[in-house]
Design a binder for this molecule. Structure first.
Ligand SMILES: Nc1nc2c(ncn2[C@@H]2O[C@H](COP(=O)(O)OP(=O)(O)OP(=O)(O)O)[C@@H](O)[C@H]2O)c(=O)[nH]1
Length: 287
């Protein structure tokens, strides 16, 4: 049997899950952040169970990294599933106000229920949750309109707990809840690794980069009208068509890095993650 491309550390998963559940106990509304390039792979199957009957605001961040037509496809699809996605670019502060308003609306509902039970109104308490590195801290900073929460390219940088006021109506836990990785879905795990939304897991750059090449070929064939034309050819001057991901890496390594495939794999992944190949969604709504 071949080893899976992504391996998670079970200890870290148990710890992250426990911390997340503790945070969820404290709040009325959950802002669930996903990566707009992979809205399905950044959905954890147990989150709806953990969130329970609390209000949820679904945020698809990194909207700048997908074309606007694809955003529209997702909007339609989520609406058809009875959910409203809020698209944000937390790096540049786009789409933030709509998220605040949605959280505020959840607070209105909560206070109505409190009044019905003879209780005084209070600010709605919220937490931002999501997979590592999807942009939770960047979103919190934008919601607060200042830079107090550390935001970094490295996954797993956010630690302790504090409440902060976003407005008269909303209090936010300033430490985002990190959703632990999934154990059993390698296809989703590879997309998480490609987008670096993965945290405490180990993976092999060469395998992940090879998968990215094959995924780009596949997406070009099936959804070519939504993607930049031949992104690999454009970036590296080397065509990836008719070639396995591994062969492509080997050929590219020969041309650019004296045959160093590992270095080439890392460069390719970094270029994709920085958006240097263009706005490329890795998932499309299921039909
Ligand atoms: N292009 C783009 N980059 C973003 C966006 N939001 C966040 N980033 C970048 O993504 C990286 C990760 O963002 P963070 O806010 O640290 O992510 P996080 O989810 O808090 O990460 P952890 O603390 O590791 O769980 C940073 O380099 C951000 O600048 C966005 O909307 N668009």
């Amino acid at each position: 049997m071949t080893t899976p491309a992504i391996q998670w550390y079970p200890g870290h998963i148990a710890k992250a899950e426990k911390a997340l559940k503790e945070q969820l106990k404290l709040v009325d509304v959950v802002l669930e952040v996903r990566d707009a390039r992979i809205p399905l792979a950044t959905q954890h199957p147990q989150v709806s169970e953990w969130v329970g009957s609390k209000a949820k605001v679904l945020v698809l961040n990194r909207m700048d990294m997908i074309p606007s037509q694809v955003r529209q496809l997702w909007e339609n699809w989520f609406e058809s599933q009875g959910e409203t996605p809020y698209f944000t670019d937390a790096q540049h502060g786009k789409g933030i106000q709509a998220v605040t308003q949605a959280a505020q609306a959840a607070g209105v509902e909560m206070n109505k229920r409190r009044r019905d039970r003879g209780m005084l109104p209070r600010p709605v308490r919220a937490v931002v949750i999501g997979f590592p590195n999807v942009g939770k801290s960047a979103l919190i900073n934008r919601l607060l309109n200042k830079k107090v929460v550390e935001s970094a390219r490295r996954p797993g940088v956010t630690k302790q707990l504090r409440w902060v006021r976003i407005s008269k109506e909303i209090e936010l836990l300033d430490a985002p809840g990190v959703i632990p990785g999934k154990l059993n879905d390698q296809e989703a795990a590879i997309k998480l690794a490609i987008c670096e939304d993965i945290g405490e897991a180990s993976y092999d750059n060469q395998r992940v980069a090879a998968e990215l090449v094959e995924l780009l070929n596949y997406l070009g064939d099936v959804h070519g009208n939504f993607l930049p034309n031949s992104p690999l050819q454009n970036r590296y001057g080397l065509d990836a068509k008719e070639c396995t991901g591994e062969d492509y890496l080997v050929n590219l390594a020969k041309e650019r890095n004296q045959g160093d495939v590992e270095r080439t794999a890392r460069q390719l992944l970094n270029d994709f993650r920085k958006g240097l190949m263009g706005a490329i969604p890795l998932e499309f709504p299921p039909y």
